[in-house]
Design a protein around this ligand. Structure first.
Ligand code: CP
Ligand code: NVA
Length: 303
């Protein structure tokens, strides 16, 4: 049966651990200049409705390192669901390519692509979630903490796509997941409820960063206005300014806290230069690990 990565809960805990193990081997191979062409002659088709640096470059580089090819279709090449139905496009791509990776606005579109494709579909971010980011962050956490459980994660900012993927991660690994956001910017209620019902992790939502921040292992933030929300940028800047991750907030988090950000960052807004450039920041490890983990995801899905 064809497997997809639409959200993290598409994989069991055992499977996620397997992917993270493959990522570790692949990272080691890159570091020692060992070349194994696990996906020789395979083709990845990449569909982008939104801009990207990390996702596009790491998938394309990753496929090249694995001995395959990647084809990029950007917003100007693609009018998903407009020129032809998503069902038909999924069927056509399945005849040419081996894997689809798509970054789209509407989450239902990736669900549809996955439903009608006969090759694996990987979600490269939707308005709802960003599974590749958080699986890669799981790998960075393993590197820093040696474990991916019983850690306190404090997400400061918007209850957005990146935070939603933390909730999915919490459906598989026991985590203490906290978010501080302005009123009206809370995460998806149904997803919070489902995560709480599964009962592996705890979830706490607050409108005050100082209420949740103490003794955090990880302080995580993301942009205040995501791609597609640019028009709301001014109003969001006003609402989110008390949620900036700065020295005062990191001090309240405790001296053991690492700083995480999926990037791109808006320096001086959600995070100050001192923090993102500080010694507890792991943002460039996070960015690098996208490459290793996404290669592992592709190898796993093509087994
Ligand atoms: N973090 C992330 O997905 O970056 P890009 O938007 O540059 O791909
Ligand atoms: N929440 C951000 C993440 C970018 C990687 C966005 O969707 O724009």
């Amino acid at each position: 049966m064809t497997r997809n990565l639409v959200n993290i809960a598409d994989f069991s805990k055992v499977e996620i651990n397997e992917i993270l193990n493959i990522a570790s081997q692949l990272k080691n191979e890159v570091k020692h200049n060992v070349k194994h062409h696990h996906l020789e002659n395979k083709t990845l088709i990449m569909l982008f409705e939104k801009p990207s640096a990390r996702t596009r470059i790491s998938f394309e580089t990753g496929m090249c390192q694995l001995g395959g090819n990647a084809i990029f279709l950007g917003p100007n090449d693609l009018a998903l669901g407009k020129r032809e139905s998503i069902e038909d496009l999924a069927r056509v791509l399945s005849r040419y390519n081996d894997i689809i990776m798509a970054r789209v606005f509407d989450h239902d579109h990736i669900v549809k692509l996955a439903k009608f494709s006969t090759i694996p579909v990987i979600n490269g971010l939707t308005n709802y979630n960003h599974p590749c980011q958080i699986l890669s962050d799981g790998f960075t956490i393993l590197e820093k903490f040696g474990k991916l459980e019983n850690l306190k994660i404090s997400f400061i900012g918007d209850g957005n796509n990146v935070f939603h993927s933390w909730l999915y991660m919490g459906q598989r690994f026991p985590l203490n997941i906290n978010i501080a956001c302005p009123k009206g910017y809370e995460p998806n209620k149904n997803l919070v409820k489902k995560t709480e019902e599964i009962g592996i992790s705890t979830v706490k939502i607050s409108n005050d960063p100082y209420e949740i921040i103490s003794d955090s292992d990880i302080v995580y933030t993301d942009v205040w206005a995501s791609m597609g929300q640019e028009k709301e940028s001014m109003i969001r800047t006003n609402k989110f300014s008390p949620f900036q991750v700065n020295e005062r907030l990191m001090k309240a988090a405790g001296s053991n806290s690492y700083f995480f950000h999926c990037l791109p960052a808006h320096r001086g807004k959600e995070v100050t230069d001192e923090i993102i450039d500080g010694e507890k920041s792991v943002v460039f490890d996070q960015a690098e690990n996208r490459l290793h983990v996404q290669k592992a995801i592709m190898v796993f899905l093509m087994k």
